[in-house]
Design a binder for this molecule. Structure first.
Ligand code: F6P
Length: 373
């Protein structure tokens, strides 16, 4: 196995999981650890994103967790992350409380890069979504040898066909839609199912089409109530006395805005509530009994599907391979049939939203699914 030698030799790497958890994180960690140990490298897990390095005082037993083969035994199929994660305290916008009680965001990436070096970490595998990979890109610019691994149930990262976690989330949402059909039909109700997907509607679209929803609302297509009500009434008038509506948490009415629940310094805004709002509008417009199910964090839990396990393991091994080949500042990407490396700069420059003319959207329309426009 080739690897840099001399001053550039890698002896110890750190692995970090940042942002919301996603099924497959543990499989990536396992692959990173085994592939690194096979090259004779030590591996440490950085706790809770980079908090283990930035805020060591919060971890009396150490912010770095030594990871050997034993530590990653039996975790491939487990949801969550054994090293912890966080979606607050972004080092690019680190929240710092001022004497007057206000909070300002400070860029701590330079300090983080120094602390990583001081911790004896020669290189980092950063597993995360857009926010974490933007941090990885900033660290690369600060001289840290780093390779990113694309994680997010939202599937909104550019330059990779898939992020791990997405397939599991879509599979679970589809199973929920299957289950909701019988209860909706028995009660002749409209069921509104809210799924995650902040600014990209991949989960809603793919699960909605697969789970034969009647209406699918995604952030990329702002909706009107009139076609939604018409579709639902048509279902009842044609004897299908129930309706299934899938709505992404980031969906919004034409001219309306996102349903933001919270925005804190150092964190992404938190969305929620669109399902309840929509259900009230559907009740009002159709007079039909309507119930709401918010799948929320259930989409992030549980075991990864086979697809997600396999790409997670492939991504983890490929990340270590990249470091061994002297690469840095790149993200591992799935470009079927293989795994490639793309510059972090390109992977993070824009979000991968659903193209409104993509074939899955066309399929939905051809199947008679209402997209709210
Ligand atoms: O980005 C992944 C994601 O699951 C989004 O779909 C969702 O909006 C967000 O994270 C929720 O994050 P939190 O864990 O803060 O509730």
């Amino acid at each position: 196995m080739t690897q840099p030698s001399g001053r550039d030799a890698i002896r110890r790497i750190g692995v970090s999981t940042g942002g919301g958890d996603a099924p497959g994180l543990n499989a990536v960690i396992r692959a990173v650890v085994l592939a690194a140990r096979n090259r004779g490298w030590e591996v440490v897990g950085i706790r809770d994103g980079y908090n283990g390095v930035l805020l060591p005082e919060q971890y009396p037993d150490g912010g770095l967790i030594p990871l050997d083969a034993k530590a990653v035994r039996g975790i491939t199929h487990l949801g969550g992350t054994i090293i912890g994660t966080t979606n607050s305290g972004n080092p690019l916008k680190f929240p710092v409380q001022q004497p007057d009680g206000s909070v300002v965001e400070v860029d701590r990436t330079g300090e983080l890069a120094e602390r990583l070096g001081a911790s004896g970490i020669d290189a980092v595998v950063a597993i995360g979504g857009d926010g974490s990979l933007a941090i990885a890109n900033a660290l690369a610019k600060n001289g840290v040898r780093i390779v990113g691994v694309p994680k997010t149930i939202d599937n909104d990262l550019s330059r990779t066909v898939a992020t791990f976690g997405f397939d599991t989330a879509v599979s679970f949402a589809t199973e929920c839609l299957d289950r909701l059909h019988s209860t909706a039909a028995s009660h002749r109700r409209v069921m509104v199912v809210e799924v995650m997907g902040r600014y990209a509607g991949w989960i809603a679209l793919n699960s909605g089409v697969s789970g034969t929803a009647d209406v699918i609302l995604i952030p990329e297509i702002p909706y009107d109530m009139a076609p939604i009500a018409e579709k639902i009434q048509e279902r009842y008038s044609q004897g299908r006395g129930f309706g299934i509506v899938v709505v992404a948490e980031g969906a919004r009415a034409k001219g309306g805005s996102y349903s933001v629940v919270e925005k804190k310094a150092g964190s992404a805004e938190r969305l929620g509530g669109v399902g309840e709002k929509l259900a009230a509008e559907i009740r009002e417009a159709t007079g039909r009994e309507t119930r709401v199910v918010v799948l929320g964090h259930l989409l992030r839990g549980g075991s990864p599907t086979t697809f997600d396990r396999l790409i997670s393991l492939r991504f983890g091994a490929a990340a270590v391979r990249a470091l061994a080949e002297g690469k840095s500042g790149v993200m591992v990407a799935l470009v079927p049939p293989t795994v490639r490396y793309v510059p972090l700069e390109e992977a993070t420059e824009r979000m991968k939203t659903v193209p409104v003319d993509c074939d899955t959207i066309l399929t939905a329309r051809e199947l008679g699914i209402c997209l709210g426009d």
